[in-house]
Design a protein around this ligand. Structure first.
Ligand SMILES: [Zn+2]
Length: 111
């Protein structure tokens, strides 16, 4: 049921519920198109910005299809809102895009 899945995904990104320390990143490999959901943790994965304005999250991500390494750099403000992000080797997906890619077309490649 795709709507349930989307609600789960959205819920995971709002910082409430069972996993309040999770920061979810949804990405797609530029090489093979594999969608991935990556969980980062506020408590362990964030480093303070040098100027004290918030946090930076660096995450190396490998998909399970072509095993290329992607490197995400996400900047958050003091309230853990994402203010900027870059991804080498892929692109960011919205939770809806991720659900669509993984839910309705199981092995489907991105268009
Ligand atoms: Zn890949």
């Amino acid at each position: 049921m795709i709507w349930r899945r989307i609600r789960e995904l959205l819920g995971g990104g709002e910082g409430r519920g069972r996993d309040p320390d999770a920061i979810w990143l949804y990405v797609q490999c530029a090489h093979c198109g594999a969608p991935l959901a990556v969980r980062a943790d506020r408590r362990y994965d964030l480093n303070p910005e040098e100027d004290g304005s918030g946090y930076v999250l660096i995450k190396e991500i490998m998909d399970d299809r072509c095993f290329r390494l992607m490197r995400a750099e996400v900047h958050l403000d003091a309230a853990y809102r994402i203010v900027a992000r870059t991804l080498e080797g892929g692109r960011f997906l919205s939770p809806e895009e991720y659900a669509r890619l993984t839910g309705s077309t199981a092995e489907g490649r991105a268009p």
